[in-house]
Design a protein around this ligand. Structure first.
Ligand code: NAG
Ligand code: NAG
Ligand code: NAG
Ligand code: NAG
Ligand code: NAG
Ligand code: NAG
Ligand code: NAG
Ligand code: NAG
Ligand code: NAG
Ligand code: NAG
Length: 870
């Protein structure tokens, strides 16, 4: 019967029932708390717990034992009175009954936080003047605070946060002379902050955030709290000025976000503030004045500054760069700043969050921004930024928003490669183009809105996907394009040919470097007015073609051949820089690689290095056919590879085509003779014989570099996209020897290889240098790609993080056959493929010493060469 009554009581809290309850309580409790003597502290507490707690939560209490032994209860020295009671997170619910804890007259500390208490008893406020800490946070208590709170004269810590209190904060708070911590945040308090609060002179921390406090702060607010360190008034409706806070000489944290503060922000900046959040107010005036007007502020203490969503005008701070050295969070977004250049901030190396969204920025994003090594969030959206996206080089970046700007050019492939690791990114509404077929349709639609998808021909999904339907149309377009190109090239040859007669053989480029405004060929693409002026100089910059030393090509010819390095001729964004396709006069087709990263070599050294690279010839290497040293740019010319690279052909599948069935039926037809016939290059690629041929050719190339050259050449970046297919579909490895030309400056970036191909020893030790065995690892990954048809990273590997660990795991379990690409499974002998998996396994051994040499690998691969039988 008692049980029923308790359950009944706790589910009701209407005041009518309250009266009823008042009379019933002593009656019920005398039976349920029988083990404690009436009107002792033990009785009050057990009564309280049993009435408010479901029996399950308090079943651990043994009410027959002495009260001072109960959990959460502490007593005075004589074990006579309970002085501390903590009943946090016990699932207590409903109103606190009268004549329970309200009667603990010696109580000094009470913690009822994190329960479901809905209201306080009327005798609660008579708890007495001993109470020092009261924590009622995270409950459902509603109603206003009676002025009886003034009874708690000893209170040092009052936490009423996360409840449903309403009404005004009573004036009687002025009696809490010892108060140090005041938390009333996340309630429904309204009205003005009472004048009485100024009497709480010992307060160290005040949090009244997320309430409905309105009006202005009481007069003398700033001068009353000499010990106040943290003040949070955010998310209220307070009207005020920054001068309200002057005099708070201990204040380190100030948050007034989301109020109606007006006027200048100048008065806020005073020592020893470290955290300043003024966001979403109505501050006006020039932020730049802050710095000059109050030079006493110590900027090196500042860690957090948010002034976003105000009406600040003028320009940003000057000189933040040299002073705010510890700044981690800076948000100046959504203000009314005047048009200005990107601020100087590259020395703020602690910066983790930078938000300059909607701050009227114009000009370029400085390359310096890559010096912000701690940056995690970068928001530059809604400005007028121009030029190209710099190579951010920021590995820590989680959030990047550059949407709504005027940026042009390609999104660097290095950045695109980082996207899968990022939390959020947005490039929408710029004049940017990108090439990355691995992005999902949803991502393209949201984060790349209005951007140009532009890829080399071989990679463009549509061309592969829709070849059956579009084939004829495509061919026609290609033919027409080719005809036009030939015609134009012919014309140009004629013109240039005539002009050249009047010129001497140019030995060395002149004054090209002196043109400071030119940062490289990229400016030609965006700024067609300046390059015209440079053509004269460019005619003096020779292009060296090894095989044809008598051809007097110059940089002008390269410009013409690539339509001034136009995006339309871009083949790929390689690791060392962009690669363009060009027709040199005389019909010489070349791939033009602009090595964009700075080089430490002099022109003479670079020329010597390129010359010696030009002498390296092998049927499985993409030959370097020439070079051009144009100012700071080293430009390498390669024979053009008709059939793209392995990355394109293996992985850059058309959008939405993920299933192997779809792919294979599209490209394969069963032949009567049991063999398989392909219908194009991607068809040929789907045979074991062909994949083996690529693997062997690549292995030969590497074996030649390692063992046939003196000194041996370490490739340092073996990956699928370094393996090209020439017009005879022979594999050819490219990009060898380039790492050296960059010297140490780019060592870190270049020599460590590409994601997915980096051997374990590199991730374990920063200092481990590339060796032939690190190339072997990269080759092993390419081999596994050929066998499995999967990408080294970012595919589905059944719970494994990447291709290598997936394959190695299965090989160890003797299930190597399972990794074979279903598309090639039927096209050759399983035994051979299984053996190839084993070779891949050996190449990707964790320990470099366990990996075979390239020479050995060539031997192993030759042993499993599929026999050609017609
Ligand atoms: C009150 O209790 C909550 C939850 O148990 C806790 O997070 C908070 O720090 C406490 N308040 C004070 C002032 O100790
Ligand atoms: C909070 O109190 C108001 C009245 O002051 C009431 O309408 C509302 O339902 C309460 N909310 C909760 C979650 O108890
Ligand atoms: C300031 O308060 C707002 C709202 O309560 C909160 O979102 C923000 O994180 C706070 N700022 C700081 C620096 O704590
Ligand atoms: C400069 O800071 C001091 C406190 O450090 C303050 O009293 C003064 O009002 C401030 N000056 C201005 C112009 O805001
Ligand atoms: C600013 O504060 C730092 C550390 O708190 C201190 O080392 C430096 O001397 C101060 N600078 C000035 C100008 O007061
Ligand atoms: C940048 O600040 C604006 C204005 O406060 C805000 O809306 C936006 O979400 C912030 N961006 C990021 C990435 O935090
Ligand atoms: C982008 O640049 C073009 C040409 O410089 C200019 O006409 C246009 O107004 C700019 N747009 C924005 C949003 O800045
Ligand atoms: C976008 O950039 C290209 C050159 O990169 C330029 O021709 C074109 O006019 C630009 N479009 C706009 C809208 O600025
Ligand atoms: C990118 O910004 C645009 C424009 O503000 C917005 O429509 C889109 O939802 C954003 N995309 C993402 C992924 O945040
Ligand atoms: C392929 O062509 C069909 C019509 O022929 C079209 O509906 C489809 O969108 C095209 N697919 C791609 C990826 O372009």
């Amino acid at each position: 019967m008692g049980l029923v009554a308790i359950g009944f009581l706790s589910s009701w809290s209407s005041s009518l029932f309250f009266i009823l309850l008042f009379q019933v309580v002593p009656f019920v409790s005398s039976s349920s708390a029988s083990s404690q003597e009436l009107n002792t502290d033990g009785f009050f507490i057990s009564d309280f717990l049993q009435k408010m707690g479901g029996l399950t939560q308090i079943s651990s209490y043994d009410f027959s034992s002495p009260v001072c032994s109960w959990e959460g209860v502490s007593c005075d020295v004589n074990n006579q009175n309970v002085i501390g009671f903590a009943a946090s997170s016990l699932g207590l619910s409903g109103s606190i009954p009268e004549v329970t804890i309200g009667k603990l007259s010696k109580l000094e500390s009470l913690d009822l936080s994190n329960n479901k208490i809905t209201s306080l008893s009327s005798d609660f406020w008579s708890l007495g003047s001993h109470l020092k800490t009261l924590n009622l946070s995270h409950n459902h208590i509603s109603g206003s605070i009676p002025s009886n709170i003034g009874n708690f004269g000893s209170l040092q810590s009052l936490d009423l946060s996360f409840n449903n209190f309403s009404g005004e904060i009573p004036e009687s708070i002025n009696s809490l002379l010892n108060l140090q911590f005041l938390r009333m945040n996340q309630n429904g308090f309204s009205g003005r902050l009472p004048h009485g609060i100024l009497k709480c002179e010992n307060v160290v921390s005040i949090d009244i955030s997320v309430n409905g406090i309105s009006g202005s702060l009481p007069d003398g607010f700033g001068t009353s709290f000499l010990k106040l360190q943290r003040l949070d008034l955010s998310e209220n409706e307070i009207h005020g000025r920054s001068s309200d806070f002057s005099g708070l000489q201990s204040l380190t944290h100030l948050n007034i976000s989301g109020n109606f503060f007006q006027g200048s922000v100048m008065g806020v900046f005073q020592d020893p503030l470290q955290v300043i959040d003024l966001s979403r107010n109505q501050f006006r005036g020039h932020l730049s004045q802050v710095h000059f007007a109050n030079s006493s502020f110590n900027w090196s203490n500042l860690v957090f500054l948010d002034v976003s969503e105000n009406q600040l005008s003028g320009e940003f701070f000057h000189d933040l760069n040299n002073e705010a050295k510890n700044l981690k969070h800076l948000n100046l977004g959504y203000n009314r700043f005047s048009n200005q250049e990107f601020p100087l901030i590259q020395k703020l190396t602690s910066l983790e969050y930078l938000n300059l969204s909607k701050t009227s920025l114009r000009g370029k994003i400085p390359i310096d921004i890559s010096q912000l090594v701690s940056l995690r969030t970068l928001d530059l959206s809604q400005n007028h930024l121009q030029g190209s996206l710099p190579r951010l080089g920021i590995k820590t970046l989680d959030v990047l928003d550059v949407s709504f700007n005027n940026l042009t050019g390609e999104i660097p492939s290095s950045l695109l490669a980082e996207l899968p690791q990022m939390e959020k990114f947005n490039f929408s509404f710029n004049n940017l183009s990108y090439c990355n077929s691995q992005l999902s349709l949803h991502t393209r639609k949201t984060a790349f809105q209005g951007l140009l998808y532009s890829c080399p021909i071989a990679v463009k999904p549509d061309n592969i996907r829709n070849k059956t339907t579009k084939h004829k149309g495509m061919k026609l377009i290609l033919a027409v394009t080719l005809a036009i190109v030939c015609f134009i090239v012919g014309l140009i040859c004629l013109v240039i040919g005539c002009r050249r007669k009047t010129r001497m053989w140019a030995v060395k480029q002149i004054s090209y470097k002196e043109e400071a405004s030119i940062s490289g060929p990229f400016s030609f693409q965006t700024d067609s007015t300046t390059w015209v002026a440079d053509v004269k100089q460019a005619t003096a910059v020779p292009v060296v073609i090894f095989e044809k030393p008598l051809l007097n090509f110059t940089f002008v010819d390269l410009l013409t051949a690539t339509s001034h390095f136009d995006r339309g001729t871009l083949l790929a964004e390689g690791r060392f820089g962009p690669v363009y396709r060009g027709f040199l006069p005389g019909g010489i087709q070349v791939a033009v690689k602009v090595l964009v990263l700075g080089s430490t070599m002099t022109d003479q050294e670079a020329a010597r290095e390129l010359e010696s690279l030009g002498r390296i010839k092998h049927p499985n290497l993409v030959p370097l056919s020439g070079y051009c040293l144009a100012g700071d740019q080293r430009i390498a010319l390669y024979d053009y590879m008709e059939n793209g690279n392995l990355q394109n052909l293996l992985h850059d599948l058309p959008l939405g085509v993920q299933t192997t069935e779809d792919w294979s039926t599209d490209t394969w037809e069963e032949d009567n003779s049991g063999g398989i016939q392909s219908t194009g290059i991607e068809g040929i690629l789907t045979s074991w014989r062909f994949r083996h041929k690529i693997a062997l050719g690549t292995a030969r190339a590497l074996s030649f570099l390692h063992h046939g050259c003196s000194p041996p050449i370490i490739h340092r970046d073996v990956k699928a996209s370094s393996v090209y297919l020439d017009s005879d579909l022979e594999p050819r490895l490219s990009d060898f020897g380039l790492a050296k030309i960059f010297g140490n400056a780019a060592e870190e970036n270049i020599s460590r290889g590409s994601p997915g191909y980096i051997p374990p020893e590199f991730s374990e030790s920063e200092n481990s240098a590339p060796t032939p065995k690190s190339d072997v690892y990269g080759f092993g990954v390419v081999l596994l790609e050929l066998i499995t048809g999967k990408k080294p990273m970012g595919d589905d590997y059944a719970e494994q993080p990447n291709l290598v660990s997936w394959v190695r795991g299965l090989v160890r379990k003797n299930q190597g056959l399972r990794v074979i690409d279903p598309k090639i499974r039927e096209t050759g002998q399983e035994k051979q493929m299984e053996e190839a998996v084993r070779i891949g396994y050996l190449c990707t051994a964790d320990l470099p010493t366990k990996r075979p040499s390239m020479q050995q690998i060539v031997g192993l691969l030759k042993d499993i060469e599929p026999v050609v039988h017609q």
